[in-house]
Design a protein around this ligand. Structure first.
Ligand code: ADP
Length: 476
């Protein structure tokens, strides 16, 4: 089977978020299942530089204001087709934002070009290449499903990584998209009088997926759907959720170079050396008591305002906290104030430090993730793999990947973490109380760590689900 994927970012070539991880990992995980994935990506400077002897496979004299060439080749192990359009993609800095921190004013044209090239490549523009399925990621590529619906092409899968990002533009853009007038309508890209790329993709794709089954249900409701829930409810039959995986080689406590000491489920006692290293890095008192960590963007979505308010109670219960994050100024200030107020009990690093995040998962007892919504979430998956017990909001991917330590699950030995709802101060306080009580029984705590470490968080599991979806769509 041949799949043409399209994404605005792909790890390790360009990454700003989880979308890049999915786009970068799926091809490798699908390959053993007999599925060959090529990915259409913008020809950013970093992508063109990584292309190893690419070849010109198609050319447009004019596409959204300039010449565009499609260059196919291998780039760091990925089979990519770069949309080489210097007038659209040859820019330094952020792939979505200009130097002023605002969206590039021509994002509508930039990602319409990516989508148009994807649609054309799916219907024969590249000699000798005819994919069976087109797999689109997020609003930046959603328009390809619309081009295909109105101009022909294979069946399409539209994956939503975060429905908050929709690609909305003024109606005046429509004329330049090269779509028939009929596409500016309720079953096309029209959305309350403007153009919305994601809406068009959701309306026209053969199947819609998102990155967890719970989030798939949630986005069909007004509370989580960000205005697109009505369309999703109407198409409920084709919406499903597939949980992301993690790179189990990069995230492997047995080989992780960022840890002070490496360990496995059979040698959990060794984690204490990593705890000591965390205490040093965060200026915490030394001790064997409950140590929480937080690795997060400090934002409202992540519930970090709720968490900041819960720190007093956390400290009062005798626990300690190591937190790393950046984000909203008010939340940063609140957690820094807590670190000053509770010297030795609360340590905060503001910034982004990948290596330190590994150490935290490898030495803390539990990781707190109080997200208001979470399409999939990665830090709970790392936590499971590292024996750092997740304490998380019961929402989206957090709800789907953790087995709550209620009495029955504890007794049966199947619990892997803690979930709480509602996601508010009392809900979080209550959860922290449950964690403290469970931690007091070290034997059952260790059992929970081991059970989590045995969870399948690999991309292979996700790839199996995508493969089944593709096969269903083409009737194989
Ligand atoms: P989101 O993509 O919404 O921020 P995810 O849980 O899906 O949330 O992914 C967040 C990723 O970023 C994880 O890999 C997490 O470890 C990492 N991360 C977040 N903040 C930091 C930080 N301050 N330092 C290091 N890694 C971080």
């Amino acid at each position: 089977m041949k799949v043409l994927a399209a994404a605005s970012e792909i790890y390790p070539l360009v990454k700003t978020g989880g979308l890049a991880d999915v786009a970068g990992a799926l091809p490798g995980a699908l390959k053993p299942l007999g599925i060959a994935v090529r990915t259409m990506v913008p020809g950013y400077p970093a992508v063109l530089a990584a292309l190893d002897g690419g070849s010109l496979v198609h050319r447009y004299d004019q596409l959204f204001g300039g010449e565009v060439r499609l260059i196919a080749g291998m780039a760091r192990g990925l089979d990519v087709i770069a949309v080489d359009a210097p007038h659209l993609f040859s820019r330094n800095g952020n792939i979505y934002l200009g130097p002023d921190g605002k969206d590039w004013p021509d994002n509508g044209q930039r990602f319409a070009a990516l989508a148009r090239a994807t649609a054309d490549a799916s219907r024969g523009a590249i000699k000798g290449y005819r994919p069976d399925i087109v797999h689109l990621h997020d609003w930046q590529t959603a328009l390809a499903a619309v081009y295909i619906r109105f101009g022909g092409g294979p069946r399409t899968v539209m994956t939503v990584h975060n429905i908050a990002f929709q690609g909305q533009f003024p109606a005046s853009l429509f004329g330049s998209l090269g779509l028939p007038a009929a596409a500016f309508a309720i079953d096309g890209v029209e959305y309350y009088g403007s153009v919305c790329y994601l809406k068009g993709g959701l309306q026209t794709a053969s199947a819609i997926t998102t990155v967890s089954p719970s989030y798939a249900n949630e986005i069909c409701t007004p509370e989580f759907g960000m205005g697109l829930d009505g369309i999703l409810r109407a198409r409920h039959g084709v919406v499903s959720g597939i949980v992301n995986g993690i790179d189990t080689e990069v995230w492997n406590p047995e080989t992780d170079e960022d840890l002070a000491v490496r360990y496995s489920a059979a040698s959990l006692a060794k984690r204490v050396a990593n705890k000591r290293a965390i205490e040093k890095r965060f200026d915490l008192d030394e001790g064997d008591g409950l140590l929480y960590c937080v690795v997060s963007r400090l934002t409202w979505q992540k519930g970090m305002d709720i968490f900041a308010e819960a720190i007093d109670g956390l400290v009062a219960s005798g626990a300690r906290l190591a937190l790393i994050g950046t984000g909203e100024a008010g939340i940063e200030m609140a957690v820094l104030a807590a670190a000053t107020a509770y010297r030795g009990r609360v340590g905060v690093v503001t910034g982004y430090d990948e290596a330190l995040s590994h150490l935290m998962q490898g030495g803390a007892d539990a990781i707190v993730i109080p997200s208001r919504f979470e399409p999939c979430g990665l830090t709970q998956l790392y936590g499971l793999r590292y024996g750092c017990v997740p304490v998380a909001a019961r929402t989206g991917g957090l709800a789907d990947t953790i087995i709550d330590a209620n009495d029955a699950a504890l007794a049966a030995g199947v619990a892997t973490g803690f979930q709480f709802s509602p996601v508010d101060g009392p809900g979080l306080d209550h959860a922290l109380g449950r964690v403290a009580r469970a931690f007091a029984s070290r034997e059952s705590w260790t059992r929970m760590q081991k059970r989590g470490m045995a969870s399948d968080v690999s991309w292979q599991r996700s790839a199996n689900a995508y493969a089944a979806l593709y096969r269903g769509l083409i009737g194989k």
